[in-house]
Structures are given as structure tokens and as C-alpha cells.
Design a protein around this ligand. Structure first.
Ligand code: NAD
Ligand code: MG
Length: 399
């Protein structure tokens, strides 16, 4: 008997997670068929992916890129239909032929397509943490109302999902806390007073993971972990004070759950995103991922450090913002995300210093006023408002 293949849409297919996803898919041609690929502007990579996977649709966010891709696909004799624009991305994410959507766009730009997939009841593989940080409970409501299956791809959240009891109704009475591990990034032992000298190249050179530039900078500031605390709060519906961060430089334990009897369940693996991607693609089954096995007999010590030491608080002031925005009115997480996206882009563009990323985030939280967002429209307006404010802050800081 032949199994019906899962029809997959990969949003952000040219990025780090997108490429890793296609690498896993390639190992299982009997299971997965690529129905749609989407990307922002990288036409060369997209054209090669179209030639290899022959998707029904390929979408570029940018019109000029879309037109170039259309020509390239026609020259290669491909039947792929090429479209462009944000609405076309939402269209493929909710297309009736699609079973599963890999949401691997970076930033709040991925929110609408995530919601489109959620409302259409898809199996939604969420790498795009910013979308959940911005959307919060509205995002989770859309998942529930659409009857979608939300599976985390972020390695920490995939780990927690693997450690938790299968029935969510059992979580509350059994779980004491969720422990997110963090590598500490490239500046874990650096003198905090020298962080003002960090260059974009240094910030993007992560010791354990190869990733896109935005998340690499977030890992260096530990804003990535702050976003992940917020992500965990919404994904697993846990109170913020039950979420703890511990620094674990080897990145072997991807995260842990402590139960009420103080027993801890951890998930381990080599630092390779194809692990959590394969898990999300095949859940509840397991398939080959391409990630190497851990070699316990060769393994060095696994070490842990508090993220709350005075030194780490000076190095990573952004981490504590997670609990602050979760205690503040809803909408605050959207402001923090917008500020951080603007600040990281400005740092990568050499308009502000590394240590000023925190200043931008802090001042947006202190200064942007708003009333509680009730709809998606309210959230998007809040996101725009915070970005406008932060662009002014960046301009005032620029050297
Ligand atoms: P990346 O920068 O390598 O790739 C981003 C992808 O999104 C690209 O295909 C790009 O074309 C597309 N894109 C960018 N802006 C867009 C826009 N405005 N409209 C449409 N498409 C757009 O990023 P990445 O490292 O692959 O990360 C993707 C997401 O996954 C992020 O939210 C990140 O936090 C999350 N994540 C990544 C990793 C990792 O190891 N890379 C791990 C965990 C979570
Ligand atoms: Mg992560």
C-alpha cells in the first residue's frame, strides 16, 4: 500500500531553516512532496530549489525578484507557477492542497502567513518564533479555532514538547517548571565593558549553531532566549515564573522539564536543526534526520551556569525583559519584538553599537504607549508604531 505523501509548503525556503528542511525532505521522497516554496529576494537559491523539487508554486516576497524567477523557471522548462507579494505567500500557506507548513520566515513579517496556515487548520511547524511573540494569545486562539496542529521547531521548544506528557490536560498538575538551556553565545565569557566594540561579524560567529544573521545577533545578546521564554509561555500555556533559563555551553541538552516530584526529563542531541525539523515533520513518528548521533564515550563534561549571576546580567541585560513584558499588558511582547528587529537591523547595518541594542529595546518599552490590542489589526498597528519610534531612537544614537 502506498502512503499519501504530505504536501509541504516551506516559507523562507532559502534561509538556514528552509535549507535544512529541504535537506530532511530529500531523504524521504516517499513521505513528502514540496507543494510550495517562498522566499524574500534570493532568486539564485530559489531557482535551484525549484529545479530540484519542482514545486507547484514558488513565491518571492519582492516583485522584481519574482519576475526574475519567472524568467529563470521558464528558461529551465519548469512548470512551477511563480507568484510574488505577501498575499501570495499567505495563499500558498493556506492552500487546500497543503497539509503541512514550515514557517521559517524571520521576524514579524511571517505573522500573517502563520495565521493563514493556522486558520486553515494546517499542521504548522513553527520556527518563526517572532510571529508567536507578536501574536501571543491571538495566535494561539487562531490555532485552536482553525483546528491546526502546532508543532515547535525551535530546538528548545521541540525538546520540551518531547519531554512533556502527551496529554496537555495533564501538564498543569504534573509540571513544576520548564528549563530552557542557552549556549551563552559567542560572548559568554567576554568582559561586559568591551561589548561596545563588538562587530557584526563577531556577533554572527556562533560557537555551536550556524544560523541566519538576525537570530545569530539575538543569540549573542541573549535576546533570542528572551524571545524563547515568551514563545514557551504561549506555546505551553505556562506561567512565566515557571520558566527558567540555564546556561549550558555545550548545547547537548536542548531543554528540560522538571516535574512536581523534582524528577527532570531532558532531551539531548547534537546541535543540528535537522533533528527538531525531522521530529516536527514526522510527529508522532520518527524518521532519519541527518543529524549525527551523540558519542557519549567521547563526550566532554556537560556544564551549567546560572543566567542570573551579576556578570551575566551585565552581559545580557535583555534576557530579563522577557519576564518584564510578560508581566506587562498584552501588546508589550509585540513592542519588544519590533524594537529588537529594528535594533538588530541597525546594528548589522553599523548604525548603532552592539550594546545599544538593549538601549533601543528598553526605551521602546518605556516610551511606546498603547491600549490593549484586541485584534490582529491592533497588533500590526502597534508593531508599526514601535518601529517608527525605534527608527527615531536609532537616528539619535547613530555615530
Ligand atoms: P534566515 O535569515 O536564514 O532565513 C529567513 C528566510 O525568510 C529566508 O528564506 C528569507 O528569504 C525569508 N524572508 C526574510 N524576510 C522576509 C519577508 N519580509 N517576507 C518573506 N520572506 C522573508 O533565518 P533562519 O535562521 O532560517 O531563521 C528563520 C526563523 O527560524 C527565525 O524566526 C528564527 O528565529 C527561527 N529559528 C532559526 C534557527 C536556526 O538555526 N537558524 C533555530 C531556531 C529558530
Ligand atoms: Mg532556539
Amino acid at each position: 500500500m502506498t502512503m499519501k505523501r504530505t504536501q509541504l509548503a516551506v516559507l523562507g525556503s532559502t534561509g538556514s531553516i528552509g535549507v535544512s528542511t529541504l535537506d530532511v525532505v530529500k531523504k524521504h521522497p516517499e513521505r513528502f512532496q514540496v507543494f510550495a516554496l517562498t522566499a524574500s529576494s534570493n532568486v539564485q537559491i530559489m531557482a535551484a530549489q525549484c529545479a530540484e523539487f519542482c514545486p507547484t508554486f514558488a513565491v518571492m516576497a519582492q516583485e522584481t525578484a519574482g519576475k526574475v524567477l519567472q524568467t529563470l523557471c521558464a528558461e529551465n522548462g519548469l512548470t512551477t507557477r511563480v507568484l510574488w507579494g505577501a498575499e501570495a505567500i499567505d495563499m500558498v500557506a493556506s492552500h487546500e492542497s497543503v497539509d503541512a507548513v514550515m514557517a521559517a520566515i524571520v521576524g514579524a513579517a511571517g505573522l500573517m502567513s502563520c495565521l493563514a496556515a493556522a486558520q486553515a487548520g494546517k499542521r504548522l511547524l513553527l520556527a518563526n518564533k517572532e510571529a508567536l511573540v507578536v501574536g501571543g494569545t491571538l495566535f494561539m486562539d487562531a490555532v485552536r479555532q482553525g483546528g491546526a496542529t502546532l508543532l515547535p521547531i525551535d530546538s528548545e521548544h521541540s525538546a520540551i514538547f518531547q519531554c512533556l506528557p502527551q496529554d496537555p490536560a495533564d501538564w498543569k498538575s504534573r509540571v513544576d517548571k520548564i528549563i530552557l538551556t542557552a549556549s551563552g553565545g559567542p560572548f559568554r565569557t567576554r568582559d561586559p565593558l568591551t561589548l561596545c566594540d563588538v562587530t557584526p561579524e563577531q556577533a554572527c560567529a556562533h560557537p555551536k549553531w550556524v544560523m541566519g544573521r538576525k537570530i545569530s545577533v539575538d543569540s549573542a545578546t541573549m535576546m533570542n532566549k528572551a524571545l524563547e521564554v515568551i514563545e514557551a509561555r504561549f506555546l505551553f500555556n505556562v506561567e512565566p515564573d515557571r520558566i527558567e533559563v540555564v546556561i549550558h555551553p555545550q548545547s547537548v541538552i536542548h531543554s528540560m522539564v522538571q516535574f512536581v516530584d523534582n524528577s527532570v526529563v531532558a532531551q539531548l542531541g547534537t546541535p543540528d536543526m535537522r533533528g527538531p525539523i525531522a521530529y516536527g515533520l514526522a510527529w508522532p513518528e520518527r524518521i532519519e534526520s541527518g543529524a549525527a548521533a551523540l558519542e557519549f564515550s567521547d563526550m566532554q563534561a556537560l556544564t551549567f551556569e546560572s543566567a542570573n549571576s551579576a556578570d551575566h546580567q551585565a552581559r545580557f541585560p535583555g534576557l530579563a525583559l522577557a519576564w518584564q513584558v510578560l508581566a506587562a499588558p498584552s501588546g508589550s511582547t509585540a513592542i519588544l519584538n519590533a524594537a529588537n528587529e529594528v535594533a538588530v537591523a541597525a546594528f548589522l547595518d553599523r548604525q548603532i553599537r552592539f550594546d545599544q541594542i538593549y538601549r533601543v529595546n528598553r526605551s521602546a518599552l518605556d516610551s511606546v504607549t498603547f491600549s490593549a490590542p484586541r485584534s490582529l489589526g491592533d497588533l500590526l498597528e502597534l508593531d508599526r508604531q514601535a518601529r517608527r519610534f525605534c527608527a527615531q531612537v536609532v537616528a539619535s544614537l547613530a555615530p
